[in-house]
Design a protein around this ligand. Structure first.
Ligand SMILES: C[S@@+](CC[C@H](N)C(=O)[O-])C[C@H]1O[C@@H](n2cnc3c(N)ncnc32)[C@H](O)[C@@H]1O
Length: 247
């Protein structure tokens, strides 16, 4: 989930060329990071984000929803896709699908025989996701399970399913530590576990903030930071992305 979406950018001038316009609109319809200067974020997106047209369309439809801020930003999608290429990922586990932005970004990055186990509780949100997976020609890679993620993950563990190359944790925050432990069992050595929103808009810094979501996110950062089972980095991308490589 990302933070602080802004209104579409009315300030674009008619004289701007279509590339600038496209990038301006992309930036305007993108959740703003609290941790990156807005002009720097705009520069990053304007210079380096190459968004597949179906991803862009999905982002624009999602932006109109009340919970639009839950989707990851395009720069994070591109980073995750790059990590998939770097690790040669073929099997990806996603916990928290919403309207499908992160799963579509990853499905586009995986090879043709790639596989995504996608965990989500909402039929409504994923009806949007399914439309875009089909439109982008990647629906065959995605195995969507509508059930509480812990049930799906425990099922995968007890069935001793083939290991995953990457996992992305982006569902209810209270369960983030349970998801982290399940993901560690399901990902292969050398594989990656990514956890979203780990800076939680900066709330992790506030000792007065004892909200269960904040406590859980604070705990997962400390847990991963001390965890000898992984190598770890916490990136101030969007709302904070923890990346852990299973040793
Ligand atoms: C932050 S959104 C996911 C955003 C998505 N990764 C993206 O980039 O568009 C969190 C999602 O987790 C789902 N969710 C919440 N609790 C869940 C649970 N216990 N099991 C599975 N999904 C859950 C919500 O319905 C919501 O769609």
């Amino acid at each position: 989930m990302s933070v602080c979406p802004q209104k579409p950018g009315q300030q674009l001038r008619a004289s701007e060329d279509s590339r600038a316009l496209r990038h301006g609109m992309m930036q305007a319809m993108t959740a703003k990071s609290k941790f990156v200067d807005p002009k720097i974020q705009e520069y990053i997106i304007g210079t380096t984000v190459r968004e597949h047209p179906v991803l862009r369309e999905l982002r624009e439809e999602t932006f109109a929803l009340e919970n639009a801020r839950m989707a990851i930003g395009p720069e994070q999608g591109q980073l995750m896709a790059l990590l998939a290429h770097l690790t040669g990922a073929r099997r990806y586990l996603e916990i928290g699908v919403f309207t499908g932005y992160s799963s579509l970004a990853m499905a586009l990055a995986l090879p043709e025989d790639g596989y995504i186990l996608a965990c989500e509780v909402s039929d409504d949100y994923t009806s949007v996701a399914r439309r875009y997976w089909t439109k982008a020609g990647v629906a065959h890679k995605i195995d969507l399970r509508i059930a509480p993620a812990l049930e799906t993950l425990d099922g995968a563990i007890s069935e001793d399913c083939a290991p995953f190359d990457m996992a992305f944790i982006d569902a209810d925050k209270e369960s983030v530590n349970a998801y982290y432990e399940r993901a560690l069992r399901l990902v292969r050595p050398g594989g990656l576990i990514m956890v979203d929103n780990v800076l939680w808009g900066g709330a992790v810094l506030d000792p007065q903030d004892e909200d269960p979501d904040t406590l859980a996110l604070r705990e997962v950062n400390v847990r991963a930071g001390r965890d000898e089972r992984v190598d770890v980095a916490l990136l101030p991308v969007c709302d904070g992305l923890l990346v852990a490589r299973k040793r």
